[in-house]
Design a protein around this ligand. Structure first.
Ligand code: XMP
Length: 514
């Protein structure tokens, strides 16, 4: 079945991705295009409706993002949000001006008209909505009528029911907006008439078919690390082409306790996949000897990984593809009109490898958001432990072993890390936090154990809550749990006589210590 699609045109709002996710939560597919996407590309996409995102600009400022006017002639429903609303007013003959009072945060919305957009949400409802704007509609365009207001915005929502154009001054996509989900749902189903055609089952079938077609009788190689994205990619590709996939797991010597074994067990035993385990730990540790600077550690590990991976991949006959777990947010970022982010992580840089081996990329997750990858993994029968795993950095424990990375120091850090994770899981907190781990500091401090004076290592425990790792807050782990972690580390890990808890948020700190 062809999938019904809603197109989101991006004008630079921090919430653009959230709009697409909200649509997809309703089993309707959604993609984001930059505001200046060519008109033909928009037509080719065959959307059932378009949502114009918010954005930081003013429609009347020079250089503000303005899409081609032709989108209003396609004859499909359009919903403008915030800047998207002002654009509609501006382009369709209304007037936008600076609001006498800027509105940020909560506002009380009163719905004045029982339009399709507010169906099932009673009129005269006082709902709290999330505003973020400095401009407002002074005059709505011909054909439109106001359908809701707030104290500061007489036109907080407007509609041209004949043409199916709707616009909101507030953000229905954010959780703080009451009834926001219902409003988006009404737009997708009542107004655009979309059908429920975006399900994980249908995604899997289509993806498998596409992978099979593309690969033919050639072979695919995939690097796996134990992380969610690479594991789900590998399982999906394996479902499509079976043993024509070879997975390579490189042990870089800075993995957590039993990491390699766990991943191997899961993929080999449960999914009968071919995995090449390459123990390159000595090679990596030799290169890391005496290196204290975290950036150098990262470079060494990244470069060495490419070399080891390449050596192994070269041994596979007829290999033509590299499967990679690229996700939709990376795809959007790379084609955003703001330009790709400057912070592409070095270990993701496989460009050289592709060129040298003449490999083509297979990126079966490039349409998916992280939460959808988890649903996919679940649908593919992968264990919850893998699907819900916390992120783990490519350079591994090397950047949590501050200063020198030696086998002895890594052994201490691994043991402490096992205890931290164990106690957090036992307390039922693992799923509530973004990341939790131990860091080995390059400091020694005095302690007493029995009657003996000790002079030993300090372990820092780091636990943070976050939605995307971009910003984070230190997690308020109960004292009893912290107490148990500290007791066990000091009692069970030889060489540690002090445990501290990191109470810094990001920014200004980062999640990893490095
Ligand atoms: P920071 O320390 O910058 O980390 O606040 C943000 C998030 O990114 C993870 N991280 C990495 N993930 N490769 C990865 O796949 C890396 O090189 C890398 N470095 C940091 C970090 O664990 C946190 O979740």
């Amino acid at each position: 079945m062809l999938k019904d699609k809603i197109l989101v045109l991006d004008f630079g709002s921090q919430y653009t991705q959230l709009i697409a996710r909200r649509v997809r939560e309703n089993s309707v597919y959604s993609e984001i295009f930059p505001y200046n996407a060519p008109f033909e590309k928009i037509l080719d996409f065959k959307p059932k409706g378009i949502i114009l995102s918010g954005g930081p600009s003013s429609v009347y400022s020079k250089g503000s993002p303005i899409p081609g006017i032709k989108i209003f002639d396609i004859g499909i429903p359009i919903l403008g949000i915030c800047y998207g609303m002002q654009l509609m007013a501006h382009l369709l003959g209304g007037r936008v001006a600076k609001a006498a009072k800027r509105e940020y945060g909560r506002a009380e919305l009163t719905i004045d008209d029982d339009s399709d957009l507010f169906k099932g949400i009673s009129t005269n409802l006082q709902a709290v909505v999330w505003m973020s704007h400095g401009d407002r509609i002074e005059k709505y365009p011909e054909g439109f009528m106001p359908i809701a207001h707030t104290e500061n915005s007489p036109v907080a929502a407007m509609a041209d029911k004949k043409r199916n154009f709707y616009a909101l001054q507030f953000h229905p996509e954010v959780v703080h907006t009451e009834k926001g989900r219902e409003i988006i749902k009404n737009f997708i189903f009542n107004i655009c008439g979309a059908n429920l055609t975006w399900t994980m089952k249908s995604f899997i079938e289509t993806a498998k078919h596409e992978i099979k077609e593309k690969v033919g009788n050639q072979r695919v190689v995939c690097g796996i690390s134990g992380g969610v994205d690479s594991s789900v990619t590998a399982v999906l590709v394996h479902e499509a082409i079976g043993d024509a996939l070879t997975c390579i797991f490189v042990d870089n010597g800075v993995l957590r306790e039993d990491e390699a074994k766990k991943v191997e067990r899961m993929l080999k035993k449960s999914f009968h996949m071919k995995i090449k385990y390459v123990d390159a730990s000595e090679r990596f540790l030799k290169k890391l000897k005496g290196v204290k600077d975290p950036e150098r550690k990262r470079k060494i590990i990244g470069n060495e990984f490419i070399r080891v991976f390449e050596d192994e991949a070269m041994k596979i006959k007829n290999v033509a593809f590299l499967a990679q777990g690229t996700l939709y947010p990376d795809v959007i970022e790379s084609m955003s009109f703001k330009g790709p982010s400057a912070t592409i992580k070095s270990h993701h840089n496989v460009g050289g490898l592709l060129k040298k081996m003449k490999l083509k990329l297979i990126e079966p997750l490039r349409e998916l958001f992280k939460d959808e990858v988890r649903v996919l993994g679940h649908e593919l029968g992968m264990p919850a432990e893998t699907i819900n795993r916390h992120p783990f950095p490519g350079p591994g424990l090397a950047i949590r072993c501050i200063s020198d990375v030696t086998k002895e120091r890594l052994a201490i850090l691994r043991k402490a890390d096992v205890i931290v994770l164990d106690e957090i899981k036992k307390a039922g907190l693992y799923g509530k936090i973004w990341q939790v781990f131990a860091v080995l500091l390059p400091v020694k401090s005095v302690g007493v154990m029995g009657d003996e004076r000790t002079y030993d290592n300090v372990i820092a425990v780091r636990a943070v809550t976050s939605v995307d790792g971009m910003t984070a807050d230190w997690a308020q782990i109960p004292y009893e749990v912290l107490g148990r972690i500290s007791n066990r580390i000091i009692n069970e890990v030889k060489g540690v006589n002090r445990v501290v808890y990191d109470i810094s948020s990001k920014p200004p700190s980062t999640i990893e210590w490095e």
